[in-house]
Each structure stands twice: as structure tokens, then as C-alpha cells.
Design a protein around this ligand. Structure first.
Ligand code: ADP
Length: 387
């Protein structure tokens, strides 16, 4: 087990340009980090470099104090759980899990003990002699996990570990995957296109876009204080308003206006965002709302409370209805209530992260805007990039 440090990794492909433009972050020893970003952000390219399946043009990969940038893949001590690394169909469950140990020349007895231990860990103790084609998708994933963990990798890379699993089983597997990884204590980096996987599994999050890191740090902090509108969008925040700031308010024609706190900035374009989990629809005229109101155009059941689809001027927003047991009728005007301290403001001024103990004590909260050097315009450039 070790801290994984990524330091200034760059990778260009002839004709296609940069896949990685100087990527830096670290995953502390024993932490589970989720790597999130849209398709083409550079996630796979990054994993390949960390695994040693490709060489960077510049930058280094460290495992604890060992620079492994030029170490061949099989000597890095990194375990890979990639979708293309399927189970060996001609081997049974035990043989699959034992494979890496054979390669590493573990003695038979130690090997058998370790395989048994790993199969117990993933809840497949009774499946050792099963053929892998007798397993469900979820069971295969668990065998793959046992196989990759068996040789005690210092760092584990998981690429879409729940990609091929149906939604119902996924919910259960997410917590199982997290529990197994925590029990083993391996440092792990998990790539997922599904934010829910990442949130359920990870301690830390790395947000990537267009070959660079937008922000990384503890999930609890990054998800509450995204530094740019693009980072916020990636985490599921939605835009309530975007417009010019005038007299301490942001106004958008046809949508509405919202007062802004003085630290959010005093002029220029401003985008106000909120996370749907903090938004509630309330009856109109109660003045509990954010100042935005709109018309209910659809009502969808979403667990115990319905989710309303609301048209606010030119914008569609979703908000839960918890006011009473009867949902409002379609066509009703409702206000959207958002607690003011959960609104996020993105403008030309730097984002203000409230100083609270968690922020001050955690030095790992970082943005690659600092790394970008000459890229002073980064927050502004991404302002309207990802509505
Ligand atoms: P992600 O995994 O986030 O979807 P990738 O790392 O696959 O992103 O791709 C990042 C960028 O690098 C994309 O623009 C992609 O087209 C390019 N790219 C990736 N692999 C290659 C390759 N082998 N040859 C040329 N371009 C590549």
C-alpha cells in the first residue's frame, strides 16, 4: 500500500493533439479516489500511463517514494481491473484467482491459502471449483476483484468496475466493492462514468476535463464547493440563473433574479448554480423560495416524494415536492426553494470557498488552475462550457 502521486503527466497523440496536458494529483495511502470526467477527458490515457501500458511525454508516476515512470507494468505493483481483462474462460474460479500468484511464483501452499482468503473476502468461498461461465455478471466481477487483490498490489486501478452490471445489482455491488477495498486497505483509483458509483465508493474525487484536472480532494469537500461551473456541472449541479450582476442581484430576462452575497463578486456575468438535492418546490406566494418560480409541466414519482419538472422562463428545472402528500397539478405555479448557503456563484471573480475547519485543515484541496501557470483565464473560460 502506498500513496499514488501523479506529477505533471503529459501525453500527446500525433494528429489528435493532447490527451493529457500536465496532470497532477495524489491519492493518499489507503484512500479510494474516483476519477470522473466526460468521454474524451483523458481518463483512459491516464490509467494507461499509471499502469505502465503507455509512456508519458513528460511527468512522473510515484508509488510512495518510488518513481515508477520507467518501471515495466508487471513490476510496478499496480493491480488492474479493466473491462478488457476478462476472466480466463478455460480456468475455474480458483485458478483465475491463483493466476497472478503463479506468475509471481508464490508457493503452492501460500497460493492456495491466499486464494481461499480472497474468495472468502468477496463472498465466493463456496465457488472455488465453479467454471466461470456458470457465474452471474456480479459474481464474475467479484472473482475479478479477488484475482486483482490476491498478489497484494500497492495500488489498484479500476476502470468502470460496475460498467456491465444492471442497475438493481449495482446498488448492492457498490457497497460491497467499497467494503472489500476498505477491508484490504489498498490505495485505489476508480474510473466511472456513473457519478453514483463514484460517490458510493470513493473518499476522494478527481475531476478531469479536456486533458487536465479541474479539481481534486475529499469528495465531501469537492462536492460541496466546486471551484468552477464546469466542475459543478460534472457533480450534478444545475444552473438556476445566468446573467449580469446589478445592484447585488443577478438578473436573467425571462427567468428571474436572485440576490447575491457581496463576496460572490460585484460586476460582470454571473452564473448561479445549485445541486438538485438541495432544491425543493414549494407553493407559490409563500416567499420561502429562492425568488424563482415556474410552472409545473410534468410530475414523476421518485421514491416517496414526486419530482416536479418545472419551466422557469426559458429554463427547465427539477425539484422535489415535500410540501404535502398531494402533488400540485400540472400547470400550477410553484416557487423553487434553495437554502441560500447551498447556492454557488461563478463569475469572473475567483470562487470563494467558506473558511471552515475542514477546508483549512485539508491541504489536499486543490485546483489545477494553480498548476496551469499561464492559464490565468481557466475559471472564466469554463464558465458557460457545460450547461
Ligand atoms: P476518456 O477515457 O476520458 O474517454 P481518453 O483517454 O480515451 O479519454 O481520450 C483522451 C483523448 O485522447 C481523446 O481525444 C482521444 O481521442 C485521444 N486518444 C486516446 N487514445 C488515443 C490513441 N491511442 N491514439 C490517438 N488518440 C488517442
Amino acid at each position: 500500500m502506498a500513496t499514488l502521486t501523479i506529477d505533471g503527466l503529459q501525453r500527446a497523440y500525433p494528429r489528435d493533439g493532447f490527451a493529457l496536458r500536465g496532470v497532477s494529483f495524489d491519492v493518499p495511502d489507503g484512500h479510494l479516489a474516483a476519477l470522473i470526467g466526460p468521454s474524451g477527458a483523458g481518463k483512459s490515457s491516464l490509467l494507461r500511463l499509471i499502469a505502465g501500458l503507455d509512456r508519458p511525454d513528460a511527468g512522473d508516476v510515484w508509488l510512495a517514494d518510488r518513481n515508477v515512470t520507467r518501471v515495466p507494468a508487471h513490476r510496478r505493483g499496480i493491480g488492474l481491473m479493466f473491462q478488457e481483462l476478462a476472466l480466463f474462460p478455460h480456468m475455474n474460479v480458483h485458478e483465475n484467482v491463483a493466476f497472478g500468484l503463479r506468475m509471481a511464483r508464490w508457493r503452492r501452499r501460500a497460493r492456495n491459502e491466499r486464494v481461499t482468503e480472497m474468495l472468502e473476502l468477496v463472498g465466493l468461498g463456496a465457488y472455488a471449483s465453479r467454471s466461470v461461465d456458470q457465474l452471474s455478471g456480479g459474481e464474475r466481477q467479484r472473482v475479478a476483484l479477488a484475482r486483482v487483490l490476491a498478489p497484494r498490489p500497492e495500488v489498484l486501478l479500476l476502470d468502470e468496475p460496475l460498467g456491465a452490471i444492471d442497475e438493481e445489482r449495482k446498488r448492492w455491488l457498490r457497497s460491497e466493492l467499497r467494503d472489500v477495498l476498505r477491508a484490504v486497505g489498498t490505495t485505489a483509483l476508480v474510473v466511472s462514468h456513473d457519478l453514483r458509483d463514484a460517490i458510493a465508493i470513493a473518499d476522494d474525487v478527481v475531476l478531469m476535463s479536456d486533458g487536465h484536472v479541474l479539481q481534486y480532494g475529499p469528495l465531501s469537500l469537492v462536492s460541496r464547493f466546486p471551484l468552477t461551473a464546469e466542475a459543478a456541472s460534472m457533480l450534478g449541479y444545475v444552473t438556476l440563473l445566468q446573467g449580469e450582476v446589478e445592484h447585488s442581484a443577478v438578473r436573467e430576462r425571462g427567468v428571474g433574479e436572485l440576490g447575491i452575497p457581496p463576496e460572490a463578486g460585484i460586476s460582470g456575468l454571473m452564473r448561479v448554480m445549485a445541486h438538485p438535492s438541495t432544491m425543493l418546490a414549494v407553493p407559490d406566494g409563500r416567499h420561502l423560495g429562492s425568488g424563482l418560480s415556474g410552472v409545473v409541466v410534468a410530475i414523476r414519482p421518485d421514491g416517496p416524494v414526486p419530482l416536479l419538472d418545472i419551466v422557469v422562463g426559458t429554463r427547465h428545472l427539477e425539484a422535489r415536492w415535500e410540501w404535502d402528500l398531494d402533488a400540485p397539478r400540472i400547470g400550477t405555479v410553484v416557487e423553487i426553494a434553495v437554502r441560500p448557503d447551498t447556492l454557488r456563484f461563478y463569475g469572473s471573480a475567483p470562487v470563494v470557498v467558506p473558511s471552515e475547519p475542514a477546508v483549512e485543515s485539508d491541504e489536499r484541496v486543490a485546483s489545477s488552475n494553480e498548476d496551469a501557470g499561464d492559464d490565468e483565464d481557466a475559471p472564466r473560460r469554463s464558465l458557460f462550457g457545460n450547461a
